[in-house]
Design a protein around this ligand. Structure first.
Ligand code: SAT
Ligand code: MN
Length: 598
């Protein structure tokens, strides 16, 4: 299948290690897709959903203990431990290859090894990177076919000597003790064994497009980020683009597919999805920052997605979609908590057990129909609001970069940072409450710089230095903002309705980019003045709006030691400029705390 001698040799070596019965190259054709689907259905790896109601759709269940990324088993394997930094688990490359090699050895006996040539980014784009994933999971192959560009066209592009990322994935026995997700940035390689779940197994996604690409981006002078890319068109047909970084399961897919709220419909805004999870950003010939989405599909969180919260996503998942760990209805369709329609009277839950509304386990705890991190995998091209530019090899020019976390308090609805370096500091100190997308205690606040804590494939301090240095390389940089849709009142109720209403915040962001839009200067940045957000048709009381936009110096002052502790944890490579930003913020806060003299 390939005329690339190095690739051929590598596949032979990996096959010798894993011992599959056969190696099958993925060509990307429709016949192949059908064949693989039939095989997966036969092997009970997939279940074909109701062909009338959900044509081309399939259902998959993972093992109950394999439902999210396992950050504690994810490693960066660099020769020098310092290069992985304080936020990553580290293993030496020798140890990594040895440990994972022992699990891989012979693990594909009786199975097929699929070789998937894939391209992240539009084929032929200067942004794009090629990889080859070897896997013994048909589910992975079918997901990769949706999430990336695969097959013969990729091999053609690779030629006889092109660079490619070497990705080895195997299910082995899916045991939690024999699970490792290892990155070898110095070898452009990923070895993942023992998990069949999304981010652990679809190696083009987080492993390649963020951890390995991030390493390359630093060397080559660009950025690989955990960001959605959204086009915003005004009534004259002018489109501006923003990127936004939120941690997993904080609404990136919803924002990427936003629609205008009722109250603002008369303004004629239209929104275009370029990407919902990852952005690769480079300085363009015009001195602006340009972005491409390296992926070709959406791996979105199902629970909470419905025709009200995200009608575009709902339209995108009506065909050719793989559903993982949702509830299976008796009519061969699917349902999830916070989805459309009433819960079915009975169905089969994500663990394969009979389920009905109000189901409880032996201890009397409610049993869910769908796992909170259950997902849909859908082709981006099926999204009604997919941007006509989403596959443009040049990418799209970015006007604003938005950072955001899930914070019950402290962070206001939106603020604009003072300049690039302050924006980098703001991204670096982002914090968010933990969600179901990662193993661990849901709700706990953790620092998640640029939403990259689990995805930065090198020393976080060097990552900050790289961000700072990019500022000097972008003649016309985007403005940097911070948002928080999740602020709550004292009773714990959300102050902001979110979803479509976030358009009001985006409007203000774009106005600020054009040098318009009312704002008040606070120690943390510019916050909208009281009348600067268009609240037409929205029932949020003036007191609630006050609370949303409030910047309490005392609360922020309390955060400062947390920032310091976090940076100290990152070690002595933290750039001086970050410390200067820290000092300057502290200064601004203490000045604000002094009552103004008459
Ligand atoms: O599991 S994935 O990393 O693919 C999805 C996510 O957590 O963002
Ligand atoms: Mn993500």
């Amino acid at each position: 299948m390939t005329s690339h001698p190095r690739l051929k040799r590598w596949v032979e070596e990996m096959a010798a290690l894993c011992g599959p019965d056969r190696v099958v190259w993925i060509d990307g054709s429709d016949e192949e897709k059908k064949r693989l689907e039939d095989e997966a259905v036969q092997a009970k790896d997939l279940l074909r959903l109701n062909p009338e109601k959900l044509p081309g759709c399939f259902y998959h269940r993972t093992k109950p203990d394999d439902v999210a990324r396992t950050e504690h088993l994810t490693y960066i394997c660099t020769r020098n431990k310092e290069d992985a930094g304080a936020t990553n688990n580290w293993m030496s490359p020798e140890e990594g290859y040895k440990k994972a090699g022992a699990i891989f050895r012979g693990s594909m006996r009786g199975r097929t090894m699929y070789a998937i040539p894939f391209c992240m980014g539009p084929l032929g784009s200067p942004f794009s990177k090629i990889g080859v994933e070897l896997t013994d999971s048909v589910y992975v192959v079918l997901n990769m076919r949706i999430m990336t560009r695969v097959g013969k066209k990729v091999l053609d592009q690779l030629g006889t000597d092109g660079e490619f990322a070497k990705c080895l994935h195997g299910k082995a026995d899916l045991s939690p003790e024999r699970k490792l997700i290892l990155h070898f940035p110095e070898d452009n390689a990923v070895w993942s064994v023992g998990s069949g779940y999304g981010g652990n197994a679809l190696l083009g996604k987080k492993c390649i497009s963020l951890r390995i690409a991030g390493w390359q981006a630093r060397q080559e002078g660009w950025l690989a980020e955990h960001m959605l890319i959204l086009g915003i068109e005004d009534r004259r047909g002018q489109v501006e683009y923003v990127t936004a970084a939120f941690p997993s399961a904080c609404g990136k897919t919803n924002l990427a597919m936003i629609l205008p709220p009722e109250g603002l419909k008369h303004k004629g805004w239209r929104f275009w999805t370029v990407g919902d999870d990852i952005a690769w950003l480079r300085v363009g010939p015009d001195g602006r920052l340009w972005a491409v989405n390296p992926e070709a599909g959406f791996f979105g969180v199902a629970p909470g997605t419905n025709s009200r919260t995200n009608p575009n996503a709902m339209a995108a998942v009506q065909r050719n979609t793989i559903f993982t760990n949702v509830l299976l209805k008796d009519d061969g369709t699917v349902w999830w908590e916070g989805g459309d329609g009433d819960p079915p009277e009975h169905g089969t839950n994500w663990q394969g057990q009979p389920w009905k509304p109000g189901a409880k386990d032996a201890k009397g705890k409610p049993v869910l129909g769908a796992h909170p991190n259950s997902r849909f995998t859908a082709p981006a091209s099926q999204c009604p609001c997919i941007s006509p530019k989403w596959e443009d090899p040049r990418g799209v020019p970015i006007s604003a970069v938005i950072f955001g976390g899930r914070r019950a308090r402290v962070a206001p609805l939106v603020y604009e940072t003072f300049d690039w370096a302050h924006g980098v500091y703001t991204g670096a100190t982002m914090a968010s409450e933990r969600t179901a997308a990662q193993d661990g205690k849901v709700g706990e606040v953790r620092r998640d710089p640029m939403a990259m804590l689990p995805f930065c494939g090198y020393n976080m301090a060097d990552y900050f230095a790289h961000w700072l240095s990019m500022g000097g390389r972008i003649p016309r940089p985007p403005k940097i903002f911070h948002v928080n849709w999740f602020r709550r009142d004292e009773k714990g109720a959300f102050l902001w309705p979110g979803y479509k209403e976030n358009v009001r915040v985006l409007e203000w962001v774009l106005r600020r980019c054009r040098g318009e839009g009312g704002a008040v200067r606070t120690p943390i940045g510019h916050v909208p003045s009281h009348d600067a957000l268009d609240m037409t048709g929205l029932d949020v009381s003036p007191a609630a709006l006050d609370a949303l936009l409030d910047v309490k110096s005392e609360e922020w002052s309390e955060e400062m030691p947390e920032h310091k502790k976090f940076f100290e944890k990152l070690g002595d490579r933290v750039p001086q400029e970050i410390w200067e930003q820290h000092k300057a913020l502290g200064q601004r806060l203490s000045e604000a705390a002094v009552p103004a003299r008459k």
